[in-house]
Write a protein that binds this ligand. Structure first.
Ligand code: FAD
Length: 423
């Protein structure tokens, strides 16, 4: 038999696959990364969270990223009409990184992959995983190369980091409908010819057009800016025309950004991802683990995708290391529960964003600095910090505070009515 036998096969060379590969390679395991594309390749997911800096650092991938000069992201701005809410990652409840980057993912992911190759990791580009079988204690993966030739790899573990490829969820029938509302997104890159000078021109901004729709503006250090519109699928479907015409009409809805982008040309035809939220029935099984988008994707509103991709990849790599060293791993407790706990925090924030409750907290004035710090830590990706009440009581606190704000607003309205009557 000429089939290759290795310790760990990693499907996909996105941030998730690269972090897992880098960690396992440093532990001297025999690993291989299979990537169906050539790099650089475009992928969406350009605003990172400070928490992922911990992962790149631990995986030995931070220095190569620092060399590129990506745009620094030290917070995030949310605007709604004339209301503005700025988060500054240096003012957050949890200790940790207070900055990260805004990145064109083609360059970012290519930097990671090149660094892996420099370290000696075996990456097979333009090879696609087309089938996986689990037999006894070893998996048998069939690959197809660019010439259509098939080959087989046997591995003790598979880390599925295939993103929207969702290789194992498809093959093993693990897909589960997401509990989040059906939302879609349309996006492109522009040469930002009217970019304001100074901080305004570098700020990542979420422009809230209505409770359920919003526009992202993510400036990169190379003069290009990513713009994307998000909303309920049926609302996005209601715009007429091709993708470019649709996005132009959506840009008109932004009072804040229309002037800046009204005459820029799109660098590629806007791409549409429909019903982007994904979920699975289980995150692991005998001989495999799902990481990153292949496991779960919630929503782009809090930029959590890459951070979950790297958090899950690093943890999966550590647990596989443990098991390959003949130590017992409780995958349910040590992997599934941990990841699901973090996902649940962000899921509450996403749900409450679209009910409008979280937006009430963001735009309420005067701000409560303590609450803001706690929410800021969540937005920085520190969603496992049990000292943060906005982590531990994620499913209650947002609703409760939004309710108080409603009562306060009702009282204000009654007082105003009384005053007007007296006049
Ligand atoms: P990916 O980066 O998608 O990498 C997976 C790799 O697997 C790809 O290179 C692919 O070619 C390869 N692959 C797939 N199938 C196969 C196969 N059969 N064989 C071999 N290789 C295969 N996240 C953020 O953090 N910030 C954001 O601002 C953000 N914005 C988003 C906006 C939208 C509209 C959407 C839909 C998502 C957004 N995300 C964002 C999420 C982000 O795109 C993902 O979470 C992130 O890319 C996940 O990384 P990954 O490594 O899991 O997968």
């Amino acid at each position: 038999m000429n089939d290759e036998i290795i310790d760990v096969l990693i499907i996909g060379a996105g941030p998730s696959g690269c972090v897992a590969a880098s960690y396992l390679h440093a532990k001297d395991f025999k690993i291989k990364v299979i990537e169906k594309n050539t790099f650089p390749r475009f992928v969406i997911g350009e605003s990172l969270l400070p928490r992922c800096m911990d992962h790149f650092e631990e995986a030995g991938l931070l220095e190569c990223l620092k060399d590129i000069g990506f745009e620094i992201k030290s917070g995030a701005r949310f605007i709604k009409g004339s209301q503005v809410c700025n988060f500054d990652f240096s003012k957050k409840h949890t200790d940790g990184w207070d900055w990260t980057w805004q990145v064109p993912r083609a360059d970012f992911d290519n930097t990671l992959a090149k660094e892996l190759i420099k370290k000696g990791v075996d990456i097979a580009f333009e090879e696609e995983v087309i089938d996986v079988l689990f037999e006894n204690d070893i998996s048998k993966t069939t690959l197809k190369d660019k010439d259509g030739k098939h080959k087989v790899i046997h591995a003790k573990y598979i880390i599925d980091s295939s993103g929207y490829g969702r290789v194992l969820p498809r093959i093993l029938d693990l897909d589960k409908p997401s509990e989040l509302p059906k939302h879609s997104s349309i996006f492109t890159h522009v040469k930002d010819i009217h970019r304001p000078i100074g901080k305004e021109g570098t700020l990542i901004t979420f422009d809230v057009i209505s409770t359920e729709t919003w526009l992202w503006v993510i400036p990169f250090s190379n003069g290009v800016t990513s713009i994307g519109y998000v909303g309920p699928t049926d609302f996005l479907d209601s715009f007429e025309g091709n993708a470019t015409e649709k996005l132009m009409q959506m840009l008109k809805l932004s009072d804040y950004f229309y002037e800046r982008f009204k005459d820029v040309s799109f660098m590629f035809d806007p791409m549409l991802i429909k019903n982007y939220s994904k979920s699975v029935k289980q995150l692991y099984g005998k001989g495999y683990v799902l990481t990153g988008n292949s496991a779960e994707f919630l929503d782009p509103v809090f930029s959590s995708g890459v951070t979950f991709a790297t958090e899950s990849a690093l943890l999966a790599a550590k647990l596989i290391t443990k098991e390959l060293h003949n130590k017992v791993v409780d995958w349910e407790e040590e992997y599934s529960k941990y990841i699901k706990d973090g996902v649940a925090v962000f899921a509450s924030y996403v749900k409450e964003w679209y009910t409008g409750n979280l937006q009430k907290l963001f735009f309420h004035r005067p701000e409560n600095p303590e609450i803001k710090k706690q929410i800021c830590a969540v937005l920085a990706g520190y969603v496992w910090d049990k000292t943060n009440p906005f982590v531990t009581k994620h499913n209650r606190l947002i609703k409760t505070f939004a309710h108080f704000i409603d009562i306060e607003n009702d009282e204000k309205k009654s007082v105003d009515k009384l005053k007007n009557k007296k006049k």
